[in-house]
Design a protein around this ligand. Structure first.
Ligand code: SF4
Length: 66
C-alpha cells in the first residue's frame, strides 16, 4: 500500500496546485482553509506510483513511502 505525505512546512501556497493538476488519477484536491488553500490527499488507493507529484513539486513537499 502506497503512503503519500504532504509536508505542509514545505508546501508553499502559491504553488500548491501543482500536485493537484499533475496527478493522472486525481489523488489530491484543494482544501480551503480560513486564509489559504492547501492540497490534501483524498483517493490514495488510486495511486499508480508514477511519482509525478514528487518529481514536479518545486519544494520537495511530497513524500512517498512504500
Ligand atoms: S505518484 Fe502519481 S498517481 Fe500517485 S499521487 Fe503522485 S502523481 Fe498521483
Amino acid at each position: 500500500m502506497v503512503k503519500i505525505r504532504i509536508n505542509y512546512a514545505r508546501c508553499v501556497e502559491d504553488s500548491s496546485k501543482i500536485c493537484v493538476e499533475i496527478c493522472p488519477v486525481s489523488i489530491f484536491r484543494i482544501k480551503k482553509l480560513a486564509k489559504s488553500e492547501k492540497p490534501e490527499i483524498v483517493n490514495i488507493e488510486n495511486c499508480i506510483m508514477c511519482r509525478s507529484c514528487q518529481v514536479n513539486c518545486p519544494f520537495q513537499a511530497i513524500e512517498i513511502l512504500t
